[in-house]
Ligand binder design. Structure first.
Ligand SMILES: O=P(O)(O)OC[C@H]1O[C@@H](O)[C@H](O)[C@@H](O)[C@@H]1O
Length: 258
């Protein structure tokens, strides 16, 4: 048997990653589960109600593709509120984490959106992408370690609801990032923390992301490989933001050599 073990030999041809990669860091929403759609719909409903109340019938609605991808996707919740409002030249007081959903503050709006997300997840449940489960299972069988790295404070609930919590060795999410004072994506802090907890340098870790800010984090953190996951037809944008490769589904990497 070779010094690195058979798992090492097998994975080079079967999981589409360079041999230096020993750990896989997966974003959640849009990569492991289809919950990016739930978030996008909740953001739209919340911002459209807010803009309508503020500007009347002539308001410019939140665009679930452009506004979501550029200002909200992948960022921690309050950063998403701030970044979108800034794009419309709107300033609101910060407020507090426990502001009621009716409060006209950054956190009030964030809490309003979160109520919509939780309602949808509780009603419909979450099913993981089948190709993602197959791919994560394959990388673990090849001896790599795995982490989920998400801005979402709902990460644990979504993993449990989807039945995939046991597939992740480490979780760095919106809750743990806040506890540890880690900056959110597009900063690489949460991905760096996950690599550290798994015991690897960034160069030995691959980042799997569907969000443009996640690509930026992968590039700024000098990770060993960055996989862009294109669920919405933004492959070129993902490449421009630093993807080494772009796939439509994680299972597309199975059987691919790099
Ligand atoms: O509001 P949460 O569940 O903490 O999630 C924050 C963000 O988490 C990211 O994973 C999603 O891409 C965003 O859409 C979402 O807004």
């Amino acid at each position: 048997m070779p010094a690195a073990g058979w798992g090492h030999m097998v994975r080079m041809t079967q999981i589409g990653l360079p041999s230096r990669v020993r750990a896989c860091l997966f974003d959640l929403d849009g990569v492991l589960t289809p919950t990016a759609l739930v978030h996008a719909a909740a953001w739209k409903q919340m911002f459209d109600d807010f803009l309508h109340d503020r500007e009347g019938d002539g308001f410019r609605p939140f665009d679930s593709t452009d506004d979501y991808d550029n200002f909200v996707d992948g960022r921690p919740r309050a950063d998403g509120v701030r970044t979108f409002l800034a794009s419309r030249d709107i300033e609101l007081p910060e407020g507090d984490d426990d502001d009621p959903p009716s409060a006209p503050t950054v956190h009030g709006l964030g809490n309003r959106k979160n109520e919509l997300v939780l309602e949808k997840i509780r009603t419909d449940g979450v099913t993981a992408y089948e190709g993602s489960v197959r791919y994560v299972t394959a990388v673990r069988a090849a001896g790599l370690r795995t982490a989920v790295v998400s801005s979402s404070a709902n990460t644990r609930d979504v993993l449990v609801s989807a039945g995939i919590e046991h597939l992740m060795d480490v979780r760095v999410d919106g809750v743990t990032a806040k506890e540890q004072g880690l900056r959110g994506k597009p900063k690489p802090d949460t991905y760096l923390e996950a690599a550290k907890q798994l015991g690897f340098d960034p160069g030995q870790a691959a980042v799997f992301e569907d969000a443009l800010v996640g690509m930026d984090a992968g590039r700024e953190g000098s990770f060993g490989y960055v996989v862009g996951v294109d669920r919405v037809g933004q492959a070129d944008e993902l490449r421009r933001h630093g993807a080494d490769t772009v796939v439509k589904d994680l299972a597309d990497l199975i059987g691919r050599s790099v």
